[in-house]
Design a protein around this ligand. Structure first.
Ligand code: ADP
Length: 205
């Protein structure tokens, strides 16, 4: 199946673009949702995290204390890496499982840190949602109610706009109004359908 890796910085518009693809009945696998599910109450991954980072990261109701975990990894690169080493393989494993169950011409896999984790061997094309930094910041502020320092720290921890654009096969410009996203998604949808049929032909030959 043709696999499109959708990526972009925080607040660039990945979820908005994903919803538009879903509007064309394209299945979307979301790495963010998988990551949340993996550490939800009662999941074995939560136990592993508690063993690794201490039971202080678990609330009295047995749910993950995200703020505490964030604090622990924020200023400690080694612990951040440790967390990634636990979560990333599990996330990719789950992506693969979900994809195997799909029946579609192509699918979108939304992975915020696709470029940072450099795991692109199962992706046929990289689709980047792009917008100017000031617009990205304004949208995050409005959506997440974060302060400037926190927003800067998150953006600094992600790949730069230039790094993303350098590896993009396709780009959606989300600098203007949401209304202008749909025609771009529609154009790519047509392209991906065409590419998936070519891929099928090549496999059959
Ligand atoms: P991501 O999934 O990349 O973090 P979202 O799709 O959630 O980004 O978009 C971030 C915020 O900006 C959301 O509140 C969304 O509704 C808003 N947004 C996205 N695209 C536009 C746009 N073109 N115009 C105005 N607001 C937008």
């Amino acid at each position: 199946m043709l696999t499109i890796g959708l990526t972009g910085g925080i607040g660039s518009g990945k979820s908005t673009v994903s919803a538009l693809f879903e509007g064309f009945n394209v299945p979307v696998i979301d790495a963010d949702i998988i990551a949340h599910q993996l550490v939800s109450k009662g999941q074995p991954t939560l136990k592993i995290l508690a063993q690794t980072f201490g039971t202080e990261i678990i609330n009295v109701d047995n749910a993950l204390n995200r703020a505490r975990l964030k604090q622990i990894i924020f200023s400690n690169a080694q612990k951040k890496k440790q967390l990634e080493n636990i979560l990333h393989p599990l996330i990719y494993q789950q992506i693969e499982r979900q994809q195997q169950r799909l029946k579609a011409a192509y699918c979108i896999i939304s992975i915020p840190l696709l470029i940072e984790t450099a795991k692109t061997e199962f992706i046929d094309r990289i689709l980047v949602v792009d917008c100017a930094l000031e617009i990205q910041i304004a949208r995050i502020k409005q959506r997440d109610k974060l302060n400037d320092v926190d927003i800067d720290a998150i953006i600094a921890s992600q790949a730069s706009r230039e790094e993303r654009l350098a590896v993009a096969d396709d780009v959606i410009d989300n600098s203007t109004r949401t209304l202008q996203l749909r025609p771009q998604v529609e154009k790519l949808h047509t392209l991906y359908l065409l590419l998936s049929s070519t891929q099928d032909t090549l496999i059959c030959e």
